[in-house]
Design a protein around this ligand. Structure first.
Ligand SMILES: [Zn+2]
Length: 64
């Protein structure tokens, strides 16, 4: 996976302090979806997870 692209995606989020109850969306294109690729990566010693649709997953590269 392209870790730089993963980090850029995470850093583009506007995280709200209040919890949100909403549909499940792709981390990159924000498409609503029922199934997703669950991608885990290390960021500053912490585990982060992002969810990607099929098309965005291809753009990030499947393997290192
Ligand atoms: Zn997507």
């Amino acid at each position: 996976m392209d870790k730089k692209l993963l980090l850029e995606t995470v850093q583009s989020w506007h995280i709200k302090l209040k919890p949100e109850y909403r549909g499940f969306r792709c981390a990159r294109c924000q498409r609503y979806m029922r199934k997703a690729w669950h991608v885990w990566f290390d960021y500053k010693g912490r585990k982060c997870e992002i969810h990607l649709c099929r098309e965005c997953y291809k753009k990030y590269g499947k393997e290192d």
